[in-house]
Design a protein around this ligand. Structure first.
Ligand code: NAP
Length: 487
């Protein structure tokens, strides 16, 4: 079979409707959304363009399924997740190709996303049977205090385009483990991976109505009625801080449980005692995963002034050697940005850097021709430049300098975001001191990739609320009930 034929067969197997109560069907209005390959601008498939009525139908199904789903045994829920894990792993190449085709990242990175995404299924299959409560005597000895856990209930999940599989499994897996039903709304830019995953979960034995999926081109208008519906008990959102604020405000009407995984502006600190090979590799990893379109992407490289020259030279050499092209082509290391707006933003940020005294060391331009490509770019710019307060979300690495540890920590913390941060140093006591003072939910030490299904992922400040993954991840989908028992 030719590669083209295999691709056509794979696309033909992706469901393109809305999934409601276990049935794939067209959107009520019959409208469709074209899903484009960002490397070519070509439409790959059309999917259902659901509206508010489809969303409400999805919540009807989720609400109807909640009680029976909550009553299933943890082991049964665990086994569904475990079968889904095995199946995602078996179809890893299909998922990787689909991610690269609709989102643009190189195949090797997509394969990494599939492994990471699948781990949430395995991890939460192991967490499901461990949901527990507690027993203690009251301090006065007059009562027994019991706690027990119950699923939060029907949950609306809104996911972004940058990790089409992992952002879905990071929410769906703990919700399944906890016994919550769901309405999933993937991004209209990359819905295909989520649709294939939802289909796979049905085949793994997830009962009808537990996971409902609605794709839409009118995210705000379509989801708003759900946020005001008393049957919905939780909103979990991954996306920009701007949209997170709108959703938090709308969620206040029903005082919904919320989990918010929002934007980031990660500092990456390189001290004078750092192993520069490790620091440059770490910076490449932290900056270039997903062409910089990751909430954990290094946004501000802060380097001690004594090693800044050498670090900049080595990072520029590494960045300028990266192979840019369509993610599905062999040997490509940097794919396209998601759309034309992202390229415009990268150009605007390079101009802003120059206006603030920055100097482009390599890259700095959009790549002419089809697709939304931008050159891997390294800049020297003042560490206090205003443009780095914005989430870059592209392949631009701005390097600023510092002289003292206190200055480095103050610069790192001077952001309204608090998601990921990175420290490169061989001095353990310095590392521990800096780690304690960084106002971020996550710190990578001498490494540029920190995501792991077994770790609590999340941010502080305007980067969000709650944690995904780790032992903490399932708690986001559980309520604690306290029972006071007379002795
Ligand atoms: P986005 O524009 O905020 O969109 C995220 C999701 O929200 C998409 O499904 C989008 O739908 C939907 N949406 C947009 N406006 C909405 C509204 N008014 N009401 C309800 N839903 C709405 O973010 P993005 O551009 O997709 O993703 C990039 C952002 O996500 C970055 O800021 C990045 O840092 C953040 N992110 C954070 C994490 C984390 O774990 N903290 C992980 C990944 C990404 P459509 O796409 O269909 O419009």
């Amino acid at each position: 079979m030719t590669a083209e034929r295999a691709a056509d067969d794979l696309l033909a197997g992706v469901p393109t409707g809305v999934l409601i109560d276990g049935v794939w069907r067209d959107a009520r209005g019959g409208a469709r959304i074209g899903v484009e390959d960002p490397s070519t601008g070509k439409v790959l498939l059309e999917v259902a363009d659901g509206d508010a009525a489809d969303m409400v139908a999805a919540l009807d199904a989720a609400a109807a399924a909640q009680a029976s789903w909550a009553a299933t045994s943890p082991r049964d829920r665990a086994e569904i997740l475990r079968r889904a894990f095995d199946e995602v792993v078996r179809r890893a190449d299909d998922f990787a190709w689909l991610i690269s085709t609709e989102m643009g990242k190189p195949l090797a990175e997509s394969a990494g996303e599939v492994r990471y995404a699948a781990e949430f299924l395995r991890w939460f299959s192991e967490e499901a049977p461990r949901i527990s409560g507690s027993w203690r005597r009251s301090p006065e000895g007059t009562s027994r205090l019991l706690t027990m856990k119950a699923p939060v209930g029907p949950t609306l999940m809104i996911t972004p385009w940058n990790f089409p599989l992992a952002m879905a499994t990071r929410k769906v897996a703990p919700a399944v483990a906890a016994g919550c039903t769901m309405v999933l709304k993937p991004s209209e830019l990359t819905p295909l991976t989520s649709l294939l995953f939802a289909d796979l979960l049905q085949q793994a034995g997830l009962p009808a109505g537990v996971l409902n999926v609605v794709t839409t081109s009118r995210a705000g208008e379509a989801t708003l009625p759900l946020l005001g519906d008393p049957r919905l008990r939780k909103l979990t959102f991954t996306g920009s801080t701007a949209v997170g604020r709108i959703l938090l405000s709308a969620a206040s009407e029903q005082v919904l449980r919320t989990s918010m995984e929002l934007g980031g502006n990660a500092p990456l600190l390189v001290f004078d005692d750092a192993d520069l090979d490790v620091a440059v590799q770490g910076a490449l990893d932290a900056k270039m995963r997903n062409v910089g379109q990751a909430c954990t992407a290094a946004n501000r490289l802060l380097v001690h002034e004594s090693v800044a020259e050498e670090f900049s030279r080595r990072l520029s050499a590494a960045m300028s050697g990266l192979v840019v092209g369509p993610g599905v082509e062999p040997g490509v290391q940097v794919g396209p940005l998601i759309d034309a707006r992202a390229v415009d933003k990268a150009e605007r940020l390079v101009d802003a850097a120059r206006a603030e005294g920055g100097e482009v060391l390599t890259g700095g331009h959009a790549v002419p021709g089809d697709g939304h490509f931008f050159e891997p770019t390294v800049l020297r710019a003042p560490a206090t430049a205003a443009f780095v307060q914005e989430e870059i979300f592209g392949p631009i690495a701005p390097i600023g300098t510092f002289a003292e540890t206190d200055e480095a920590v103050a610069l790192a913390n001077s952001s309204s975001y608090g998601l990921a941060s990175y420290v490169f140093s061989r001095d353990l006591s310095r590392v521990l001191d800096v780690v304690e003072r960084l106002e971020f939910g996550m710190v990578g030490v001498n490494q540029g990739v920190i995501s792991n299904a077994a770790a609590p992922f999340g941010g502080i400040k305007q980067s969000g609320l709650g944690r995904e993954g780790g032992a903490e991840g399932i708690e986001e989908y559980l309520e604690t009930k306290y029972v006071g028992l007379a002795p």
